[in-house]
Design a binder for this molecule. Structure first.
Ligand code: AMP
Length: 283
C-alpha cells in the first residue's frame, strides 16, 4: 500500500492508473476504522482494479469544535488494517493540504430539498462541509465508483444527488449498516462511550425495531410509532433525544400515514457523544 500525503503525489499516481486503464474504487473515511469501513473497502476490492481509501477528519463538516477535537484517531492501527485488507492507496492529507488557508473556502454547497430535516438542522453547516470535501476528493481521485454507508443515510442521498445533479461520472454505492452483536451500529464515536453507555446505546436499534413491529398493526399511526420509540429511548437515564423522524426514504419528506416505504431515523446524545441510526422497511 502506498501512502500519499500530498494532492500532487496522489494525482500523479491516479494519472498512471488512468493511462493503464485501471478502474478505481474509492472509500472516503475519517479514520478510526472498523468493520463498517472494512465492508465498503471489501466491496470496492471486488468491483474495481484499484481501491483508494482516504482518511481526513474534515473540520468543515463539524459544527461542534469539541466533537472535532475529540474525534478518535488511530493512524497506526488504521494503516495496519488497510494493508491487511490489500488497499492500494491511502490518501492521508492534513488540513492545509486540502484547504490551504480557511479563507480559500469560497463556495457553499447546498441541496435544499434533502437538507430540511434529520441531521441538517441539528448540525448547521455539516452537509455543506460534506458536499465540499467529497467534491474535492472526487476531483483528486477520479473514481469510477465510490462507497458510502447507509448508516449515514441522509449523507448517502445527498452525495447521490450531488453526483446526479452535477453529472460526476461516478457510481455511488450505498452499503448496509454493519452492527455489533448487540445490534448497535458500528461507529468510530462508540469508542467514546463507557460500558454502561454502550449498553444504553443498544436502545436505538431496539426502539426502531419495536416501531417497525407496531407499524404492521391496523391502528398504527406516525405519532404512535414516534411515541413508542421515545418511550424506549427515555427508559435510559443517559440518552437525550435530538430527533426521531419517520420519513419517505427517497424524498425525505415526513410520512403522514404508515404505509409504503418508510425510513425511521434517530439521533441521540449519550453524554456529549452524538449517535445516529436508521432502518428502512416497507408496510
Ligand atoms: P466516517 O469515517 O464515519 O466518515 O465513515 C466513512 C464511511 O463509512 C461513510 O460512508 C459511513 O457511512 C460508513 N460507515 C460508518 N459506519 C458504518 C457502519 N456501521 N456500517 C457501514 N458503513 C459505515
Amino acid at each position: 500500500m502506498e501512502i500519499h500525503n500530498s494532492v500532487k503525489g496522489l494525482k500523479e499516481k491516479i494519472k498512471s492508473f488512468k493511462i493503464g486503464n485501471k478502474s478505481i474504487g474509492f472509500v472516503p473515511t475519517m479514520g478510526f476504522l472498523h468493520k463498517g469501513h472494512f465492508s465498503l473497502i471489501e466491496a470496492s476490492k471486488k468491483d474495481s482494479d484499484i481501491t483508494i481509501v482516504s482518511i481526513f477528519v474534515n473540520p468543515l463538516q463539524f459544527n461542534d469544535s469539541n466533537d472535532f477535537e475529540k474525534y478518535p484517531k488511530n493512524e497506526e492501527g488504521d494503516i495496519e488494517n488497510l494493508r491487511k485488507l490489500g488497499v492500494d492507496i491511502l490518501f492521508l492529507p492534513n488540513t492545509e493540504e486540502i484547504y490551504g488557508t480557511i479563507g480559500n473556502i469560497k463556495i457553499e454547497m447546498k441541496i435544499p430539498s434533502l437538507m430540511k430535516n434529520l441531521c441538517a438542522p441539528s448540525r448547521p453547516g455539516h452537509f455543506e462541509g460534506v458536499l465540499h470535501i467529497v467534491s474535492k476528493l472526487f476531483n483528486y481521485v477520479l473514481p469510477d465508483r465510490a462507497y458510502f454507508g447507509l448508516k449515514d443515510y441522509q449523507q448517502y442521498l445527498i452525495i447521490k444527488e450531488l453526483v446526479n445533479n452535477l453529472s460526476f461520472p461516478i457510481e455511488i454505492i450505498g452499503l448496509e449498516t454493519i452492527r455489533e452483536e448487540s445490534m448497535l451500529a458500528m461507529s468510530s464515536r462508540n469508542s467514546r462511550l463507557s460500558g454502561e453507555e454502550l449498553e444504553e446505546a443498544t436502545l436505538l436499534f431496539r426502539s426502531m425495531k419495536m416501531a417497525e413491529k407496531n407499524s404492521r398493526k391496523n391502528n398504527a399511526s406516525i405519532p404512535m410509532l414516534k411515541e413508542i420509540i421515545k418511550e424506549i429511548l427515555l427508559s435510559s437515564r443517559s440518552i437525550k433525544i435530538d430527533y426521531i423522524e419517520i420519513l419517505d426514504p427517497e424524498s425525505l419528506e415526513p410520512k403522514e400515514i404508515v404505509s409504503g416505504k418508510i425510513l425511521i431515523a434517530l439521533a441521540v446524545f449519550i453524554g456529549n457523544v452524538r449517535l445516529i441510526d436508521n432502518i428502512r422497511f416497507e408496510v
